[in-house]
Ligand binder design. Structure first.
Ligand code: KIV
Length: 275
């Protein structure tokens, strides 16, 4: 017998940021997955996922770029629109692409407004103290903001690759200071990526806003994964990823069986043909 949890049949008809805060206060972990298109977004809504992140990881997961630094604002508008038009209940969050906010608060607000117009309900941007003016400007413009600390993929070049952040005391203290600075600037939640579990637990304790972990241990208030990693489609098997399905192999098998059926004339049969 399957022990898979069933999607919620009660609870809010629409997830808002206040529900994430409520979940933190009640000690109830919440869920976020990336989504970039109509079908994945609808499947995750049906599964009861609380938050859909139109991540700039669309660049590496879908568009074939080697880094999220290549994902453009136009990419983000296109995929945000696809997800936002496809679901009702999950909160839809979109990433501000590399280069759209590092240049200052005015640019951050201009690009944030466009993401909200495309259907996002909050925007996410990477960084600590250095982006406090951008966060303040976005919040003042009425745009909810989610921060992103730890390994920040848009800084992959200056961070010298995908590395756990905050292992040393000074680095951990800096992360905690950055989290508090983001909270004071008005963020509604903070993603913690590739951070030691104990450091993420400490940050989760000291900030009042929810934390959302990816490679940050079990004590964050919510968890997020790139969906193709979660479902075993990308083939990425980093230490922090658990694959909950094996879609890559299943998809390949389906394509091989289709190919065999077509080349042997077993498909299409009379039942697939019109009189
Ligand atoms: O773009 C993305 O998918 C992200 C997650 C890794 C949090 O930012």
């Amino acid at each position: 017998m399957s022990s898979a949890p069933t999607p919620p049949t009660s609870g809010p008809a629409k997830i808002r940021l206040r529900h994430l805060l409520d979940a933190k206060e009640r000690g109830r972990p919440f869920t976020m997955l990336t989504a970039y298109d109509q079908i994945s977004a609808q499947v995750f809504e049906a599964a009861g996922i609380d938050v859909l992140l139109v991540g700039d990881s669309v660049g590496t997961a879908v568009l074939g770029y080697s880094s999220t630094t290549s994902t453009t604002h136009q990419d983000m508008l296109t995929f945000t629109g696809a997800v936002a038009r496809s679901v009702h209940r999950p909160l839809v969050v979109a990433d501000l692409a590399f280069g759209t906010y590092q240049t200052g608060p005015e640019d951050a607000v201009r690009h944030g407004v466009e993401l909200i117009r495309a259907g996002a309900e909050a925007v996410k941007l990477e960084g600590g103290h250095e982006i406090v003016p951008q966060v303040r400007a976005l919040v003042a413009a009425g745009i909810p903001v989610i921060g992103h600390l730890g390994f920040t993929p848009q800084s992959v070049n200056s961070l010298s690759g995908h590395r756990v952040q905050g292992r040393e005391t000074a680095g951990a203290d800096q992360l905690a200071d950055d989290a508090i600075a983001l909270q004071e600037a008005g963020v509604s939640a903070i993603v913690l990526e590739l951070v030691p579990a104990a450091v993420a637990a400490r940050i989760t304790e000291v900030v009042a806003v929810p934390t959302i972990g990816i490679g940050a241990g079990p004590d964050c208030d919510g968890q997020v994964l790139v969906w193709q990693d979660m479902a075993g489609l990308s083939g990425f098997e980093g230490r922090f990823v658990r694959t909950f399905a094996h879609l890559r192999g299943q998809l390949q098998t389906a394509a091989e069986e289709y190919r065999a059926a077509v080349t042997s004339r077993a498909y299409p049969g009379p039942e697939h043909s019109f009189e």
